[in-house]
Design a protein around this ligand. Structure first.
Ligand code: FES
Ligand code: FES
Length: 183
């Protein structure tokens, strides 16, 4: 099938790429632009691993055709940092150990960014709603909520933010699938 030329605005830069007309935004980002931070999960709209922002709103890139997005601003996880300076959410996820295998993390970060951009101090319920479409098999979500709270505090410049100790001092130990205690 003949490829089509697409011009997309991604992470503040215009890119013109040749892509199969039936390829999804996820495929174009990963395969044509080399932006592999956006993860390939279920491809059914169920896991949220492929979440990116389109004009600031979370979108499942596995269900989105890029031909519909010419003129829109697309943000992937590669666009979160400002040069060498990580986004407060990225720092908080690292400090709060909110990523374990990390597969859900890019999508989770972008859903959390969309939340904090419209709500500087979200409640746990609001956080749960914001990341309801982002599945995490590893963390149990508590560390993710704590990381979002920490990032929100940093962004509001209040205690609990930059330079403070992680909000959660102790983490529960983990159990393997067989129930054995892991260190
Ligand atoms: S890969 Fe898009 S929702 Fe799972
Ligand atoms: S950290 Fe592994 S799926 Fe979320």
């Amino acid at each position: 099938m003949a490829k089509v030329l697409l011009t997309l605005q991604v992470n503040g830069e215009r890119h013109t790429v040749a892509a199969e007309p039936h390829h999804t935004l996820l495929e174009v980002l990963r395969e044509e632009m080399g932006l592999t931070g956006t993860k390939h999960g279920c491809e059914l709209g169920e896991c949220g691993a492929c979440t990116v922002l389109v004009d600031g709103a979370p979108v499942l890139s596995c269900l989105t055709l890029p031909t519909e997005l010419e003129g829109a601003e697309i943000t992937t996880v590669e666009g979160l940092a400002n040069g060498p300076e990580l986004h407060p959410l990225q720092t908080a996820f690292a400090e709060e150990a909110a990523a374990q295998c990390g597969y859900c993390t890019p999508g989770m970060l972008l859903s959390a960014k969309a939340l904090l951009d419209r709500n500087a101090a979200p409640s746990r319920e609001e956080m749960a709603q914001a990341i309801a479409g982002n599945l995490c098999r590893c963390t149990g979500y508590t560390a993710i909520y704590e990381a979002i709270e920490r990032a929100a505090a940093v962004m509001r410049n209040v205690p609990g933010g930059a330079g403070a100790e992680p909000l959660r001092r102790e983490r529960p130990s983990f159990r393997s699938r067989t129930g054995a205690q892991l260190p």
